[in-house]
Write a protein that binds this ligand. Structure first.
Ligand SMILES: Nc1nc2c(ncn2[C@@H]2O[C@H](COP(=O)(O)OP(=O)(O)O)[C@@H](O)[C@H]2O)c(=O)[nH]1
Ligand SMILES: [Mg+2]
Length: 447
């Protein structure tokens, strides 16, 4: 589903992540690319324009550019706006207070109405309803036979008789529903190749007489903007209550899905993802967007990480790392944050060229180790903390005594800190593109 869209958006974000420091013009450029991607996916151009304007508004503020993770922030804004575009919240079916509820399926020929009647019936059955299927297509000879077959294949009852008017079939089916204790009547209606007045008149009469709880426009996602245009006309004539998008399993580019809610102001309630009667899913905007962005897990990780971090502190630390003025004092304050995924490891992982931190997994340090390290640093004078190179043999002895540890342990900590500093230096060389810069084993893999 939407593979190409996913692929293209990933490329845009990847490029964005590649810049060391994100600038306004980088975001502008990314937005231009996203615009092209959406237009290529056949999203309605007005929808695209509004979408880009909203994302741009939210991305170009200081808050994003100066945040700890500007690219992730932009990704998050794009995600949130895509969710909005798809309707925000999941939208449930509405049942009438009087039994039976009538759900009318409307749409052009071939969009999947009859198949969807079977799918929806099956889904209703699964959610403890008792649906009856009926078709109001009395013109096409095969239509009544077809709804019987669909009902049989999906294990549901269908009503059909030899009535000559759509309204009459409906009224008769209503009687059967009441007698048989069916609480929902799914009404499959006649379609046409193109929108015409006859069809709209017929459907308007049905609407007026039946007072359906739902009029669901069935849209073939494969037809892109054509589906959106007909949705608009059907909605203007019938004031539909929701949309079912079919054939999302095909090579639909995503244009219909991303435009239809915005253009009609009606929610997508279900999606059809295959030809079988089980291939119908309630529509969750958030899940679809995660699929489109192809990074469901990554996004939630980003959110977790952001919660855990004091942004201001993270920025200060990043600055120190870049200027190589990271001291034992900073080291100690980082150790205190280990239980909330300290910014140190995260910032390091943002440096270009560092794919994965290895051996730097501070979470493996035990509680006891932490206490000892902290005690050692506490026993240092402030000069020592700010400049560890002055810590000679006699100072080491004093610190060991003061912290109740051994000189070996003090040495070990200083060695560890030295290695961290070296690693930081190498990272800076790499991010500045210096050749020959290598990451010291055993800290992590470079690439
Ligand atoms: N792949 C796929 N095919 C579908 C889906 N929904 C319907 N179809 C197919 O679309 C064609 C037309 O469906 P039909 O229900 O007869 O459309 P109608 O003319 O609107 O009643 C049939 O071949 C269905 O199997 C879907 O979600 N995915
Ligand atoms: Mg049909």
């Amino acid at each position: 589903m939407f593979e190409r869209l996913t692929e293209r958006l990933e490329q845009v974000f990847k490029r964005l992540r590649g810049y060391g420091k994100l600038k306004e013009h980088h975001i502008d450029e990314a937005l231009r690319q996203i615009k092209v991607v959406l237009l290529e996916a056949d999203v309605n151009f007005k929808v695209v324009r509004e979408f880009i304007a909203k994302v741009s508004d939210k991305s170009l503020g200081e808050r994003v550019l100066e945040s700890f993770t500007p690219t992730q922030q932009v990704v998050k804004i794009v995600r949130d706006e895509l969710i909005e575009l798809l309707g925000g919240e999941k939208s449930d079916l509405i049942f009438s207070s009087k039994i039976p509820s009538i759900f009318m399926l409307v749409g052009l020929q071939g969009c999947g109405k009859t198949t969807t009647a079977g799918k929806l019936g099956k889904w209703l059955r699964k959610t403890n309803h008792s649906p009856l299927l009926v078709s109001t297509d009395v013109q096409r000879p095969a239509a009544q036979e077809q709804i019987r077959v669909v009902a049989e294949e999906s294990g549901l009852p269908a009503f059909s008789d030899n009535s000559s008017s759509p309204l009459e079939v409906c009224h008769n089916s209503m009687k059967m529903a009441k007698q048989g204790g069916y609480d929902v009547v799914v009404v499959d209606t006649a379609g046409r190749m193109h929108i015409n007045k006859d069809l709209m008149d017929e459907l308007s009469i049905l609407k007026k007489e039946l007072r359906p709880a739902e009029i669901l426009f069935v849209a073939d996602a494969m037809t892109g903007q054509d589906a959106v245009k007909s949705a608009k006309v059907f909605n203007e004539n019938l004031d539909v209550t929701g949309i079912i998008l079919t054939k999302l399993d095909g090579d639909a580019r995503g244009g219909a899905a991303l435009s239809i809610k915005s253009v009609t102001e009606k929610p997508i309630k279900f999606i059809g993802i295959g030809e079988r009667y089980d291939d119908l899913e309630p529509f969750y905007p958030e899940r679809i967007v995660s699929r489109i962005l192809g990074m469901g897990d990554v996004l939630s990780l980003i959110e977790k990480a952001e919660e855990a971090i004091d942004r201001k502190e993270a920025q200060d630390l990043e600055e120190k790392i870049r200027k190589e003025s990271f001291t034992l004092e900073d080291f100690r304050s980082q150790l205190r944050h280990i239980e909330r995924m300290g910014p140190l490891t995260q910032i390091l992982s943002l440096f270009p060229g560092v794919s994965k931190l290895k051996g730097m997994d501070l979470s493996e340090i035990s509680e006891g180790d932490l206490k000892r390290i902290e005690a050692i640093i506490n026993s240092m004078t402030i000069e020592e903390r700010l400049n560890h190179t002055i810590i000679n043999g006699s100072r080491r002895k004093r610190i060991a005594r003061g912290s109740g540890t051994s000189v070996q342990e003090v040495n070990q900590l200083l060695r560890q800190f030295d290695q961290t500093k070296k690693m930081i230096k190498q990272l800076n060389l790499i991010s500045q593109g210096k050749r020959g810069a290598k990451l010291p084993f055993p800290f992590f893999d470079g690439n």
